[in-house]
Design a protein around this ligand. Structure first.
Ligand SMILES: Nc1ncnc2c1ncn2[C@@H]1O[C@H](COP(=O)(O)OP(=O)(O)O)[C@@H](O)[C@H]1O
Ligand SMILES: [Mg+2]
Length: 224
C-alpha cells in the first residue's frame, strides 16, 4: 500500500543541516498494524510526515496504492490525504472552544460529502470511540483520554484506509492509554492499516510488526 524507495530528508535551518532520514526503503501492506520505536530525534515523526504526505522527502520516491505520489502537486496531495489518511497526534490538536461534534466535522468540510450524509458519519465516528454523550461538549472540557478519543473520531470520519498515530498515548495515563490502544486495535480488526509511533514497548505489542529506528535509519524490522 505504501512503499518508500531510498527516501532521505534533510532539514536546513539557518546554517544547521540535519539528516533526519538517511535512505529509508520500506513497504507497508494494506491491513498491517506497524509500530515504530526509536530514541528521540531518530526520525520517527519525520518518517510519518513523509508517509502521510504532510511533507516531501528531499530525495527518493514514495508510492501509495501503486502510484508514485512524489510528483503530485500540493493540492493533489492534500486531496489524496483528505480522502485516504487519518492522523492522530500526541498533543490531540483539537479546537478547545469548539464542540466534539464540530471537531470531528472538520475533515468533512474540505471533502465533498453532502451535508445530510455528514451528520450520520460524524455521529458514527463519535460513537465508535464511545463519546456519544459528549457530542455537544466543548473539546477543551474533556479529559486527556477523551480528547484523544475525539482526535481518533476526527481521523476516522472520512473513512480513511490508513491511520497514523504519533505517540498517541504519550500524554495519557495508563488507563486512558489502554483505551486508546484498544480503539486502534479494533479499527485494525475492521481492516484499517495502522502506523503507530510509540516510546513504550508494551504499546508497541498491540502491533503485528515492529520497526526500530536509529539515527535516521531502520535498525530492525520484525514481525511480532
Ligand atoms: N522542521 C524541522 N526543522 C529542522 N529540524 C527538524 C525539523 N523536524 C525535525 N527536525 C530534526 O530532525 C531530527 C529527527 O526529528 P524527528 O523526526 O522529530 O524525530 P523523532 O520523532 O524520532 O523524535 C531531529 O534532529 C530533529 O531536531
Ligand atoms: Mg517524534
Amino acid at each position: 500500500m505504501i512503499t518508500t524507495r531510498a527516501i532521505t530528508k534533510t532539514y536546513t535551518d539557518e546554517d544547521i543541516i540535519t539528516n533526519a532520514l538517511r535512505s529509508i526503503t520500506l513497504s507497508i501492506e494494506q491491513g498491517e498494524f506497524v509500530a515504530i520505536m526509536g530514541p528521540s530525534g531518530s526520525g520517527k515523526s519525520t518518517l510519518l510526515q513523509m508517509l502521510s504526505f504532510l511533507d516531501r522527502p528531499t530525495t527518493g520516491i514514495i508510492e501509495f496504492q501503486g502510484k508514485q505520489i512524489t510528483d503530485l502537486s500540493d493540492s493533489e496531495l492534500a486531496e489524496l490525504r483528505n480522502r485516504t489518511i487519518g492522523f492522530v497526534f500526541q498533543s490531540f490538536n483539537l479546537l478547545a472552544r469548539q464542540t466534539v461534534y464540530a471537531n470531528v466535522e472538520l475533515p468533512l468540510i474540505y471533502g465533498d460529502l453532502k451535508p445530510e450524509l455528514r451528520a450520520a458519519r460524524i455521529h458514527n465516528a463519535i460513537e465508535a470511540v464511545g463519546l456519544s454523550e459528549k457530542t455537544k461538549i466543548h473539546a477543551g472540557k474533556l479529559s486527556g483520554g477523551q480528547k484523544q478519543r475525539v482526535a481518533i473520531a476526527r481521523a476516522l470520519v472520512t473513512d480513511p484506509s490508513v491511520i497514523f498515530a504519533d505517540e498517541p498515548t504519550g500524554n495519557l495515563d495508563s488507563v486512558s492509554g489502554t483505551q486508546v490502544m484498544e480503539i486502534l486495535t479494533d479499527l485494525h480488526k475492521h481492516g484499517k492499516t495502522i502506523i503507530l509511533v510509540t516510546h513504550d514497548l508494551k504499546t508497541a505489542h498491540y502491533a503485528n510488526r515492529l520497526i526500530t529506528f536509529k539515527d535516521g535509519m531502520i535498525e530492525s524490522d520484525k514481525k511480532l
